[in-house]
Design a protein around this ligand. Structure first.
Ligand SMILES: NC(=O)C1=CN([C@@H]2O[C@H](COP(=O)(O)OP(=O)(O)OC[C@H]3O[C@@H](n4cnc5c(N)ncnc54)[C@H](OP(=O)(O)O)[C@@H]3O)[C@@H](O)[C@H]2O)C=CC1
Ligand SMILES: O=C(O)C1=N[C@H](C(=O)O)C[C@H](O)C1
Length: 266
C-alpha cells in the first residue's frame, strides 16, 4: 500500500516515515509540507534518520493523490481539512491524528468521509483508547459525588489546549455520566470562581520541556480519589497506531471511524 505522510518534516512526520518504512506491506510514497517550508525537496529518509529513501517532500500534494492509497496526516487543522477534500476526491484511506479541529471542521471531515475511509482520533495509542473505555465505565459506576477532572501535560511546542486526548477522555467520562460535554466542561478557572458545581468535567493543562504526553483522569469523591493515568514514553506508539489504522481501513467502506473501531474496543 503506497502511503504519503502529511507534515512529513514535523515531530510526528519523521517518526511516521520510519515506522511506515519498517512496516511490511507499506511503502513511503511521498511527504507533504506547506508552501515555503525549508523541508520541500528534502529526502524523507534523510529527515527520518534512515539514510536516503529517494522520496522527496513536496508542497504540491495534488499530483501525489493520483498514486497513493493512504495518507497519514499529523499536521494542523487547516491543512487537514484541505487534504480531506483531496482524499475524498481520490477515495483513499486518510488517517487523521491532527488535534484542535473545531466543530465546523469536524462537519467537513464527516462530509469527506462519504467518499474517503477516514480514521480520526485525538490519540492513536492502544493504551489511551483502552483508558477511555475504563474512564467511561468508572464514570458510569461512580455516583455524581465523585467529581471528574482531566489533567494533561505536554511539551512546550504544543499549540492546542486542552489536548485532543484530554477531550477524548472527557468525552468518555461524559458518556459514562450521560452528560453533554459541550455543556458540562470547564476549561479554565481563575479568580473568584465560586464552589465547584456538581456535574462539571474540569480540564487542566500543563506545558513544558519535552514531555511527549501525559494524561490523568481523576474521580475525586468524599474521602477518596481514583486516578487513571497514561504516560507516553515516545512518539512511536502514536505512529504504530496510525499504521494499524491505515491497514485496518484499507478494505472498509467509506466512512468516519475511530481508533476504538480499529481496536475493536466498542
Ligand atoms: N492523534 C495522535 O495520536 C497524536 C496527535 N498529534 C497531533 O499531531 C499534530 C502534529 O503534531 P507534531 O508532529 O508534534 O507537530 P509539528 O509542528 O512538529 O508537525 C506538524 C507539521 O505539519 C506541517 N504542516 C503545516 N501546514 C501544512 C500543510 N498545509 N501541509 C502539509 N504540512 C503542513 C508543519 O510544517 P511547518 O512547521 O513548516 O508549519 C509541520 O512540519 C498536532 O495536532 C498534534 O496534536 C501528535 C501526536 C499524537
Ligand atoms: O501534540 C502532541 O504532541 C500530542 N498531541 C495529541 C493530543 O493533543 O492529545 C496526542 C499526544 O498526547 C501528543
Amino acid at each position: 500500500m503506497k502511503i504519503a505522510i502529511a507534515g512529513a518534516a514535523g515531530r510526528m512526520g519523521r517518526v511516521l516515515t520510519r515506522i511506515v518504512h519498517e512496516t511490511e506491506g507499506l511503502e513511503v510514497a511521498g511527504g507533504i509540507e506547506p508552501k515555503g517550508s525549508s523541508a520541500v525537496g528534502a529526502d524523507m529518509g534523510e529527515l527520518a534518520g534512515l539514510g536516503p529513501l529517494g522520496v522527496k517532500i513536496t508542497d504540491e500534494p495534488l499530483a501525489l493523490f493520483t498514486r497513493i492509497e493512504g495518507l497519514i496526516d499529523f499536521t494542523v487543522p487547516k491543512a487537514t481539512l484541505a487534504l480531506a477534500e483531496l482524499s475524498a476526491q481520490a477515495r483513499i484511506v486518510h488517517v487523521i491524528g491532527t488535534t484542535g479541529i473545531d466543530k465546523e471542521g469536524d462537519e467537513k471531515i464527516k462530509a469527506a468521509a462519504r467518499h474517503a475511509r477516514i480514521v480520526k482520533s485525538g490519540n492513536m495509542s492502544l493504551g489511551v483508547n483502552l483508558l477511555a473505555a475504563l474512564v467511561r465505565k468508572v464514570a458510569a459506576t461512580l455516583g455524581p459525588d465523585f467529581d471528574i477532572e482531566v489533567l494533561e501535560m505536554h511539551h512546550k511546542h504544543k499549540i492546542d489546549a486542552p489536548s485532543g486526548t484530554a477531550l477524548l477522555l472527557g468525552q468518555a467520562a461524559a458518556e459514562g455520566r450521560k452528560l453533554d460535554l459541550t455543556k458540562s466542561s470547564v476549561r479554565a478557572r481563575d479568580g473568584h470562581t465560586g464552589a465547584r458545581p456538581e456535574g462539571h468535567i474540569g480540564f487542566a493543562t500543563l506545558r513544558g520541556g519535552s514531555v511527549v504526553g501525559e494524561h490523568t483522569v481523576m474521580f475525586a469523591g468524599p474521602d477518596e480519589r481514583i486516578e487513571l493515568t497514561h504516560r507516553a514514553a515516545s512518539r512511536d506508539l502514536f505512529a504504530r497506531g496510525a499504521v494499524r489504522a491505515t491497514l485496518w481501513a484499507q478494505d472498509k467502506k467509506p466512512g468516519l471511524y475511530s481508533m476504538a473501531d480499529v481496536l475493536g474496543l466498542e
